[in-house]
Design a protein around this ligand. Sequence first.
Ligand SMILES: [Zn+2]
Length: 145
Amino acid sequence: MFEEQNSGAKTEQKLEQKKAIRGDDTKPVHEWTPERVAELTKLWASGLSASEIGRRLGVTKNSVVGKVRRLNLAMRRQPTTPKPQRKIVTLDSLKANMCSWPEGEPGKEDFRFCGVPAEPGKPYCTDHCAIAYVPNTKKKQSAAA
Ligand SMILES: [Zn+2]
């Protein structure tokens, strides 16, 4: 029996150091351990949203997205960016039910038609009808005056 308390304290200190190095349960939750990275990869592949994954792993959505980027995981299609590629509607592909509002300069390569579904009985879509059939109140007023 000698310095039992002391040696005990020392052992504890050593353990703490070991823990810190090994990063046991003392590790902050937000760190990406291999296990957590594996979990992230799995959840990401399963199609969960970044915020949902973050909730499950106890990190922020940004943290998930950042980690996914660093891991070079295949970025999934973002549901918030649907931006459909509008195909170029030329005179050849213009159909009767399509908006025939011309865009660009006639004769030039980028000349095209609006091409979105037109209003029933009208040659233009809702937006272009609003432009085409804008009530010309100014003219009427000046004509009346
Ligand atoms: Zn249009």
